[in-house]
Design a binder for this molecule. Structure first.
Ligand SMILES: [Cu+2]
Length: 119
């Protein structure tokens, strides 16, 4: 599923809302769902509106630990296999790239493009 990462991000966000209704809180608890696999993110890119803080759920469906870090030092913390973490991301001032800090994972392609779009 590499042909249309931004479109995929939107559909996954919708799926995340549906899944959220079976746990706790409102459907808007997590705005964006990012799946970590061995060794890539699904989707490969997400959109964030300028000035907005996005609640991002990072769910590890791989078999080894993963995380998500940004150039500015923001980091999700380690997420164990089968686990997930929901974090506030932003507000961002520019598009950026996040990646997995586990040794070797970024080199293997584990990067997430974060596109800043006008609100
Ligand atoms: Cu990783």
């Amino acid at each position: 599923m590499r042909s249309s990462p931004l479109l995929l991000a939107s559909s996954l966000a919708l799926m995340g809302c549906v899944a959220g209704s079976t746990t706790t809180g409102s459907p808007s608890d997590a705005d964006v769902l990012v799946i970590a696999e061995d060794v890539y993110y699904e989707p490969e890119a997400i959109e964030v509106r300028a000035g907005e803080t996005v609640r991002l759920e990072l769910r590890n469906e791989g078999g080894i630990v993963h995380d998500l870090v940004l150039e500015d030092g923001w980091e999700s913390g380690h997420v164990q296999p089968g686990g997930s973490i929901t974090v506030d991301l932003g507000p961002l001032t520019a598009s950026t790239t996040a990646w997995c800090s586990i040794p070797g994972h970024r080199d293997a392609g584990m990067e997430l493009r974060i596109e800043l779009v006008d609100g």
